[in-house]
Design a protein around this ligand. Structure first.
Ligand SMILES: Cc1ncc(COP(=O)(O)O)c(C=O)c1O
Length: 378
């Protein structure tokens, strides 16, 4: 075997451009968050860092609208939080119902299968949402230990109503799991009022923080399910009994916390609290409406009817004769703006436009509409 100590030929730096990230995520981090992330590291058991963790937990409870003691930030991106929720609540053979109306619902069902669940899927065309009756009917067919839904389907732009679902699930001793990656911090998630048992999100969307630590909360019932498992959680890294002992009073070492990302999340959540949840939701609604009016003015149509359209992520139909890839490339190269293409069955059919967190403001709407007006020749 030959070993080489050759220095890689290119050791030059890379200029990182300042893009306007109006795709499905990441969205731009708030500059105040980025600034806080550049301060010196602390040890992960330093008393100041432990205080910061406590403060993150308090702020997460505020943002999730919950009093759940088991509320923390999972190391990793939204997928890690999704996997933590599934891995901790699912045991081999458990019956799990996943409501799939987009890419991320499919991902939850795939994860539950990998953790040995007996998964049943009910499906809707991408862009539509489930009614209470759909869920009632599905639950009449068999008893489920866990029911999973995506609140804000980033692949379709649809907002799944959650009212009343927990009652149906709890009536048969099941738990309700909700993906709030594209809703938390941008629209109400109301974990306690809606009696959601497990809910998770990501940092890089409506919270305007770089990805890397992902909010998660478990209700007392979900925590009890975790305590009463027959088998240990298969994933060591995502085992919430262990993570909970690091975030809880024990302060038991489990992993080295991503220190700078925690500074960022703390700063981002403080900004959420300073603005206030209601004001923040209203800001997202307000600028989404402005975006929709502008897009309509350009003759564009929406994939999701307004009644179920997400304010944080809009799917707009690509007009006939317009080159999807070329238009997005021009937006990026000539205007410094990123938007997303369609995922899965919506590939080539829609563009996905995010107005999330820091980016939910007039400047984003204006810059995008100006660029699209020019590129579409309107
Ligand atoms: C609804 C939803 N769930 C889960 C994820 C996965 O999060 P991440 O890409 O941060 O791992 C995403 C990411 O876009 C998402 O939009």
């Amino acid at each position: 075997m030959t070993h080489t100590r050759e220095i890689p030929r290119d050791t030059t730096d890379l200029d990182i451009p300042n893009r306007l990230l109006l795709g499905p995520g990441p969205s731009n981090a708030d500059p105040r968050v980025l600034q806080k992330m550049s301060v010196p590291l602390l040890g992960h058991l330093d008393p100041v860092f432990l205080t910061l963790m406590n403060r993150i937990q308090e702020l997460l409870r505020y943002t999730f609208e919950t009093t759940n003691p088991l509320t923390l930030a999972v190391p990793g991106t939204g997928t890690a939080a999704m996997e933590a929720a599934v891995a901790n609540l699912v045991e081999p053979g458990d019956r799990v119902l996943v409501c799939v109306n987009g890419y991320f619902g499919m991902r939850i069902s795939e994860m539950a299968r990998r953790y040995g669940a007996d998964v049943r899927v009910i499906s809707k065309p991408w862009g539509q949402v489930f009614s209470l009756d759909d869920i009632r009917q599905a639950l009449a067919a068999r008893q489920e230990k866990l029911v999973a839904l995506v609140h804000a389907e980033t692949s379709t732009g649809a907002l799944q109503p959650l009212e009343g679902i927990a009652d149906l699930v709890h009536a048969q001793d099941g738990l309700l799991l909700v993906d709030a990656v594209t809703s938390l911090g941008g629209l109400p998630v109301s974990v306690d009022r809606l009696e959601v048992d497990a809910c998770y999100s990501g940092a890089q969307k409506n919270l305007s923080c770089p990805p890397g630590l992902s909010p998660l909360t478990f209700s007392p019932a979900a925590e009890a399910r975790l305590q009463n498992r027959h088998s240990p959680v298969t994933s060591f890294y995502l085992d919430l009994t262990l993570l909970g002992k690091y975030w809880g009073a024990e302060r038991q070492y489990h992993h080295t916390a991503p220190i700078s990302t925690a500074y960022g999340l703390f700063a981002a959540l403080r900004l959420v609290a300073e603005e206030g949840l209601e004001q923040r939701w209203e800001r997202h609604r307000f600028f989404a409406r402005r975006l929709w009016e502008g897009l309509q003015g350009l003759g564009l149509e929406f994939h999701v009817p307004e009644a179920h359209r997400l304010p944080t992520l809009t799917t707009v139909c690509i007009p006939q004769g317009v080159d999807d890839l070329l238009t997005r490339q021009k937006l990026l190269q000539e205007y410094g703006i990123e938007i997303g293409g369609g995922l899965g069955e919506l590939k080539g059919k829609v563009w996905r436009i995010g107005l999330m967190g820091y980016n939910a403001r007039q400047e984003s709407v204006d810059r995008l509409l100006d660029a699209l007006r020019f590129l579409l020749g309107k």
